[in-house]
Design a protein around this ligand. Structure first.
Ligand code: OXC
Length: 317
């Protein structure tokens, strides 16, 4: 009898919640409405991450506010369009009952008080995990909160007191080792289970030279850079935080994952899971099974049976 080699497994866990694959959708990718969320729930995305929500519904910024760029990249200034947190509490129950998927809420209150109200409400919801997104780069009139360390400390302290679900925080990209260290010190004070890194690279500017104008309307054309152009910054953030936090706080990598080999690189840098945004928006729900297949094929080729066999084991010269 011939024994077939077992294919590599790509399961993981975040905040004690088991995920059958380490690849899933990032918040903000066609996940504002119930039909959009149902499409993700029916795909191979290991979890359904919902759009960052606010206390009240928001229409978001004026259009055009999302533009595809060459090289599987994007610029956006959506401005947190969402239906308000109460809708996402309802949707979480529907998604769980109907599709039996892991559901992740993303909370992005405009003030500390808003965040407190929403965290309290989500405690009694069907969501499995909460990702706190304190700072979109695209809220007009609001700086990127992740760069205000004192404010981050204040927010995480408040969430710690309230949140009864597994939770983590989504961070903007950092570029200086001093900033990584400062943020890591703050994170270690609180019982969060994961970080998601990186949010889009804030306040990029894309210009159409023929028209001699910006490609998106809000904020004079400045917006968050996403997709492949961000991959190396995202890898650096995953690596640095993995070095500083170890496995006490797990790292979810996001930024420019287009292929299974990209996902492999993020895991090698230390990520316990990988989120997909721009690639999903470009390619649709098939991208999750494709990236998972490619990651498994690459692991098989290398002889790895699980992501734990190589996670974080990046070699340096
Ligand atoms: N990051 C966010 O956190 N939010 C969205 N865009 C982004 O790049 C948004 O809604 O603008």
């Amino acid at each position: 009898m011939q024994y077939r080699k077992m294919p590599a497994k790509i399961n993981t866990s975040i905040g004690g919640i088991k995920l059958n694959s380490c690849i899933f959708v990032a918040s903000g990718a066609k996940d504002e409405t119930l039909p959009g969320l149902a499409t993700i729930a029916q795909s191979s995305s290991a979890a359904v991450t919902m759009k960052s929500c606010t206390l009240e519904p928001r229409l978001g910024n004026p259009e055009p506010r999302y533009v595809d760029l060459p090289n599987n990249s994007s610029i956006n200034s959506m401005g947190l369009p969402n239906l308000g947190y109460k809708e996402y509490i309802k949707y979480a129950k529907i998604l769980k009952d109907k599709y039996k998927k892991i559901v992740i809420a993303s909370i992005s209150g405009m003030t500390l008080e808003d965040n407190i109200i929403m965290f309290k409400a989500f405690n009694n919801s069907a969501v499995d995990i909460i990702e706190f997104n304190p700072g979109s780069p695209n809220t007009i009139g609001k700086p990127i909160v992740g760069y205000d360390f004192a404010e981050m400390d204040r927010l995480l302290k408040a969430v710690t007191k309230i949140c009864r679900k597994p939770w983590g925080v989504k961070l903007p990209p950092y570029f200086d080792f001093v900033h990584f260290e400062t943020m890591a010190k703050i994170l270690k004070k609180y019982p969060l289970q994961f970080i998601t890194t990186i949010n889009s690279i804030g306040n990029a500017l894309v210009i159409d030279p023929k028209k001699e104008q910006t490609v998106i309307k809000p904020k004079g054309g400045f917006g968050g850079l996403g997709g492949a152009y961000t991959k190396y910054t995202a890898l650096a953030n995953v690596r640095k935080f993995y070095e500083l936090l170890g496995d006490k706080i797990k790292t979810i990598g996001v930024g420019g994952v287009t292929t299974g080999v990209d996902a492999f690189e993020f895991i090698l840098a230390g990520a316990s899971a990988v989120q997909i945004a721009t690639t999903y928006l470009r390619e649709g729900p098939e991208c999750f099974s494709r990236i998972q297949r490619e990651l498994i094929a690459y692991m098989n080729k290398k002889g790895y049976k699980s992501i734990e066999e190589f996670r974080g084991k990046l070699k340096t010269l």
